[in-house]
Write a protein that binds this ligand. Structure first.
Ligand code: ADP
Ligand code: ZN
Ligand code: ZN
Length: 738
């Protein structure tokens, strides 16, 4: 006798479960009729959760008695198409991450919460025509009055959405409703994605650009999967190549996805795209409101936005007609998500392009070593733009030896002189120092006491303006101590410099000169970064001081001198990627200078002017430096010559993470089969952070397959370890910092 097993749907629910869950179909539906890629609501315990249907009409894997029905199906047609579902599955599999949490990364917030897909458009409000300016009917309601004043200043022809009104505090909807009831304000729905204006002229490509475009996407071709590296110095015209490739993709009836590292980059780039293509362009980035994001995502998923530009999570956007993916600044660290699902958007982009038969272009002035390695092995096409487009010449890089030199807040005499000269000549200077705050250390010169974070065991940064000590690794901060808390004899003094100190020294030195500092402290407020970037171009600030934030993609055409205050931080770091990062940083920061007619100069202060990496970089450029670093990686057996996975663990008890990772090593080593090395456990680079002790275990293999086999077989064993309950642990496949 055979009992026929009930047919079920398999649902990815947002819980830390490694697999999708089996459910009976919602009441009244046949399991096979539930669309794969649609959302359903299910009950888990007392919670009602929104999950995504991954399979439908399949035989159940669990006991019929334990099966529950899903509550309701939220989508009549799949929200997520088959390609995107395949990508989600691949990511869950490759990163060994719960599939429901991968879905959470892929969907915009509102859709995750189960909001419908029908109501297209965003709510906006405007002043009703011919409203009496005295607002006689709202004299006593302060909040209504404030809102009405706001709409009056805007005038009746400008409508504003929830983003603008959020400035009125959380409860703005109630007074707004009252204004609508009185007929003073009108509500309407604005389509979220209008076609952009287009119409700007297309420059003729120079020969190198034309060759790249033809090599990547031959005219009138239908796309097939291929990966290409577009290597070109900053300002060499890579973006222009992207624009032409997108034109070809659109002409072939396909969609283009452009991934960019940072939100700060998007406005300029977006404006450039909008002035070229008269089509709806969906922008997906963290600056969007929920409704706008949902709208942009749905428009892209419906195939109605031919171009999508977004930060890393945009790689999950369903694009039924995808033909081209551009990953701009592909070396940038922000493509790697560093918590939860630790995915790399560039790597997923390549997988996705292959699965969907699209062409993928990785662009950078300083390609990652992985990408260079693939290009050298012939797996990627390799196109170079060697010269800057237009007239500008490449900047000249020079080392300033600061050994035995008197420094003023970290600035050497020659650096100060060069800054002074450029300012006198009416030019703009950018000083780069990747450390915010006034000084990284506060120390007592009487007894040697040093201000440390009690939760992280590292020095706290002194912030002069706020008169506080702050830990840059956790949220901890304290007021500045009046005297040394240890010996009570002497006042502690700041040691070393941050951007705040640099600013105050330069202000004293050049009192008449406008100084603009751009770091996390000066750009905390929403919109502040955009304002400051705008101010760079105003001509009011001959002196710019910035951290890493300023090295990314921004164009500062009037900057003729870039000063790197401290290149040494990256030379002797223990991190195996430190050299790669330093080379990329120096070339990127140099690329900000002298973009137009004036040639740029870059001065790099260092105590190691004979360091082979610096010498090679300055004499022969980034490609030669990359060769040197690849040689180091080969010699040490590190990526791209091996594959890594890192298990991190943390706990409040000192030996607990270690005990756990030792148990993990014990559980894994019988499975490792000589193909996977287990290295560790060792303390993390920061052995204590926010009160928790941290340790890590590195897994390394020459090829991917045995590493992933080990993880697949080993993770259930790790989950089952009693020690696992006493730690927080995570797995990072292809970690970018160790
Ligand atoms: P990248 O993306 O490599 O930094 P861009 O594409 O932004 O370079 O080009 C740098 C500058 O040169 C831009 O101002 C751009 O408009 C201009 N440019 C690029 N290609 C050409 C071209 N073929 N003819 C004229 N100007 C160009
Ligand atoms: Zn002291
Ligand atoms: Zn701390």
């Amino acid at each position: 006798m055979t009992t026929s097993l009930p047919k079920v749907i398999r649902v990815a629910v947002p819980l830390p479960l490694r697999e999708a869950f089996d459910y009976l179909p919602p009441p009244g539906m046949d399991a096979a009729a539930v669309p794969i890629g649609a959302r359903v609501t299910v009950r888990v315990g007392r919670q009602r959760l929104v999950g995504l249907v991954c399979e439908a009409g399949v035989a159940s894997r669990v006991d019929a008695a334990r099966l529950r029905p899903a509550q309701a199906c939220l989508d009549e047609v799949p929200l997520v198409d088959a390609y995107t579902l395949a990508l989600i599955r691949f990511a869950a599999d490759y990163y060994h991450h719960p599939i429901g949490e991968v879905v959470m990364n892929a969907l915009p917030g509102l859709l995750r919460e189960g909001v419908g897909v029908d109501a297209a458009g965003i709510e906006v409000w405007r002043l009703a025509p011919a409203v009496d300016a005295s607002h006689a009917s709202v004299t006593r309601a302060a909040r209504q009055r404030a809102l009405l004043d706001y709409f009056t200043t805007l005038g009746a022809d400008r409508a504003h959405g929830p983003e603008a009104l959020a400035g009125f505090g959380d409860g703005w909807r109630a007074p707004l409703r009252q204004l609508m009831d009185k007929g003073l304000v009108l509500r309407e729905r604005r389509p979220c994605l209008a076609a952009s204006p287009g119409g700007d002229a297309w420059p003729t490509l120079n020969p190198a650009q034309a060759e790249a475009v033809a090599g990547i996407w031959p005219a009138e071709a239908t796309p097939v999967f291929a990966a290409h590296l577009l290597e070109g110095v900053t300002g060499s015209g890579k973006t222009e190549v992207y624009l032409h490739l997108i034109e070809r993709a659109l002409a072939a009836g396909r969609q283009a996805l452009v991934l960019v590292p940072e939100i700060g980059l998007t406005p300029q780039l977006l404006a450039r795209f909008r002035s070229r293509f008269a089509v709806p362009i969906a922008a997906l980035h963290s600056g969007l409101g929920d409704a706008e994001r949902r709208c942009a995502w749905l428009t892209a998923a419906a195939g109605e936005a031919p171009i999508v530009i977004g930060t890393r999570s945009a790689v999950f956007t369903p694009l039924p007609r995808l033909g081209l993916i551009v990953v701009d600044e592909e070396h940038d660290g922000s493509f790697k998500q560093q918590e939860n699902l630790r995915y790399h958007a560039r790597d997923l982009a390549i997988w996705r392009a292959r699965a969907q038969g699209a062409c993928v272009v990785l662009g950078s002035a300083t390609p990652s070593l992985e990408t260079l390695h693939h290009a050298r092995a012939g797996r990627y096409g390799h196109h170079r733009l060697r010269r800057r487009a237009g007239m500008a010449k490449p900047p000249a890089l020079r080392l300033l030896d600061i050994r035995h030199k008197r420094l003023d807040a970290g600035l050497s005499g020659p650096m100060l002189a060069a800054v002074g000269e450029r300012i006198k000549a009416g030019e703009q200077v950018l000083l780069f120092l990747n450390r915010r705050g006034y000084a990284p250390v506060l120390i007592c010169q009487g007894c040697g006491w040093l201000a440390r974070c009690p939760r992280c065991d590292v020095p706290m940064t002194y912030h002069a303006q706020a008169r506080r000590l702050r830990c840059h690794h956790c949220e901890y901060e304290t007021p500045l101590p009046a005297a040394c808390p240890e010996c009570k004899q002497v006042d502690p003094v700041p040691l070393g410099q941050g951007t705040e100190r640099l600013e105050s020294i330069l202000a004293a030195r050049f009192p008449e000169v406008g100084i603009l500092r751009i770091d996390r402290d000066t750009t905390r407020r929403r919109g502040a970064l955009a304002e400051r970037l705008e101010a760079v171009h105003s001509g009011d600030y001959p002196l710019l001081i910035g951290t890493q934030m300023l090295t990314k993609g921004h164009h500062f055409p009037s900057v003729t001198l870039v000063g790197v205050i401290d290149a040494d931080q990256g030379l002797y770091s223990v991190d195996y990627r430190a050299h790669e990062r330093l080379a990329q940083l120096l070339v990127q920061v140099a690329g900000r200078a002298g973009r137009e007619e004036q040639p740029g100069e870059v001065l790099i202060q260092t105590c190691q002017p004979e360091h082979p990496l610096l010498i090679t970089l300055l004499r022969d450029g980034y490609p030669a430096a990359a060769e040197v670093i690849l040689g180091e990686r080969k010699a040490t057996g590190m990526p791209p010559y091996s594959h890594l996975a890192l298990l991190r663990a943390e706990a409040p008890g000192e030996s607990v993470p270690d005990d756990f990772l030792n148990a993990v090593a014990g559980a894994l080593s019988p499975l490792a089969g000589g193909e996977v090395d287990l290295l560790g456990p060792v303390p993390a680079p920061m052995p204590r952070r926010a009160g928790r002790y941290r340790a890590q275990l590195l897994l390394r293999a020459a090829t991917r397959a045995p590493l992933h086999r080990l993880l697949r077989e080993g993770l259930p064993r790790i989950d089952a370890l009693p020690e696992a309950r006493r730690v927080r642990w995570s797995l990072d496949v292809d970690p970018v910092d160790l």
